[in-house]
Design a protein around this ligand. Structure first.
Ligand code: PLP
Length: 443
């Protein structure tokens, strides 16, 4: 028997024990206001809150639910693995199979280290880059989010952007001083930073296609340019595919970008390290770091760069990730692309009809809306432009959608996530909700 409560009562109770009532900041509805929906269950394209109300979901666990929630084969794999033991603290063949599946999809990855969160993956990538190069500085881009690693929180996207924080209290000045924050999509700024301090820079880390300041794809040649500059100066390029990896295509953003480059007769580009998360765990805590053996084998136990985890490669979590990747075939990617295409066009049309200046930006199946004349006229290429949008309009838009039974990310700085379980009925429900939400945003 399930007992129901209302979301407000749940939120009040939660605030008595969890800071802000949540276990991760963006869940708190800080920028949109109101009571977060406490979710009791989810299936396919839908989530159901503790009051028993169902919503079409465009959060999809912030990315992992590529196949939709509680896919029966993924759930069966998890149940089967759990019945054989929850955690052994010893190697398993499931980890090997997941590593091989990642390598099959991204052949530049020769070795994989499994971790539990995207944050651990980027933190380890930075440590490894420092260990390999013997240098201290890291370059990141404003508006990119790489998890809550001390060195990477400066001008970060996602919840840091939602809360309008410049960084985080508790990060030492020494740590902040080791991070150079540059404007996104500005290769000139990267050239200048390397001209000044190139011999001190261990790595450039970038979201493969940023989606934590809203969706801001790289301009043509940006990622390749980073590859060229880092290679010239002996720094590593870390491509963070925690969000894009295995979501925008079988080989992530790197796979998509390289197939376009190769179709144009260009060579393509390969970073030194990749970080993966979200889809790779299929909704369970799995993330990964991958790259060539020459770099990855510098990790312990083979090399001097230490990294470890009691629950790393957890057998139940790995079963969810492996089954998700095995099920994520061409038809899945075609469906998420189609859903993204229909929804991104429909939201644009509804906002146009309501006279709301905006720009919908898309990267593969990821998309988001930027509000205001500035975004509408020139598009958004970096964090300063993303911040300059009329973000206040999102609050009314978000709540109108929620009232119509559509669960959007509770922040204008987040991508909208779709799944292969979003069937025509789910898509129709979302599309029908757009006109009223667009009128609310106009007010
Ligand atoms: N990198 C990117 C691009 C992300 O979007 C995220 C999370 O949203 C992370 C890293 C951190 O992953 P996690 O939340 O699993 O620590």
């Amino acid at each position: 028997m399930t007992s129901t409560t209302d979301n407000h009562t749940a939120f009040v109770r939660a605030q008595g024990v969890l800071p802000g009532g949540v276990s991760s900041p963006v869940r708190a509805y800080g920028s949109v206001g109101g009571d977060p929906r406490f979710i009791a269950s989810a299936r396919g394209a839908y989530v159901t809150d503790v009051a028993g109300r169902e919503y079409v979901d465009l959060v999809c666990s912030w990315g992992p639910a590529l196949l939709g929630h509680a896919h029966p084969e993924v759930v069966a794999a998890v149940q089967d693995a759990a019945a054989r033991g929850l955690s052994f603290g010893a190697p398993t063949l499931g980890e090997v199979a997941l590593g091989e599946e990642i390598r099959r999809r991204v052949p530049a990855v020769e070795r994989v280290r499994l971790v539990s969160t995207g944050t651990e993956a980027t933190m380890t990538a930075i440590r490894l880059a420092r260990g390999v190069t013997g240098r201290d500085l890291v370059v990141k881009f404003a508006g990119c989010y790489h998890g809550h690693v001390d060195a990477l929180l400066a001008e970060a996207g996602s919840g840091v952007a939602t809360l309008a924080l410049p960084g985080s209290a508790g990060v030492t000045e020494a740590s902040a001083a080791e991070t150079l924050v540059l404007p996104y999509n500005d290769l000139g700024a990267v050239e200048r930073a390397f001209a000044e301090r190139g011999s001190e820079i261990a790595a450039v880390i970038t979201e493969a296609s940023p989606a934590n300041m809203g969706v801001v794809p790289p301009t043509e040649g940006f990622n390749e340019g980073l590859r060229r500059i880092t290679a010239r100066h002996g720094a590593l390029l870390v491509l963070d595919e925690v969000l894009t990896g295995f979501r925008v295509g079988p080989g992530g953003w790197w796979g998509l970008e390289n197939s376009v480059l190769r179709s144009q007769g260009a060579e393509g580009f390969t970073p030194d390290l990749f970080t993966f998360g979200k889809v790779v765990g299929g909704g369970m805590p799995v993330a990964a770091l991958g790259g060539p053996a020459a770099i990855m084998d510098r990790l312990a136990p083979l090399g001097p760069v230490y990294q470890a985890g009691t629950l790393s490669g957890n057998p139940v979590a790995v079963a969810a990730g492996l089954t998700t990747l095995r099920l994520a075939d061409a038809a899945v990617y075609a469906r998420v692309d189609e859903v993204a295409s229909v929804l991104s066009s429909a939201v644009g049309e509804a906002l146009d009809a309501a006279g709301v200046a905006h720009r919908v930006q898309r990267a593969g199946s990821l998309f988001s809306v930027f509000f205001g004349e500035l975004a509408a006229s020139a598009g958004v290429r970096d964090y300063a432009q993303a911040q300059a949008q009329e973000s206040f309009r999102y609050r009314a838009f978000f709540h109108a959608m929620l009232d119509a039974g559509v669960n959007l990310p509770p922040s204008v700085f987040e991508a909208w996530f779709v799944s292969a379980a979003h069937d025509d009925g789910a898509v129709e429900q979302i599309v029908e909700a757009f006109p009223a939400a667009a009128r609310a945003a106009a007010a």
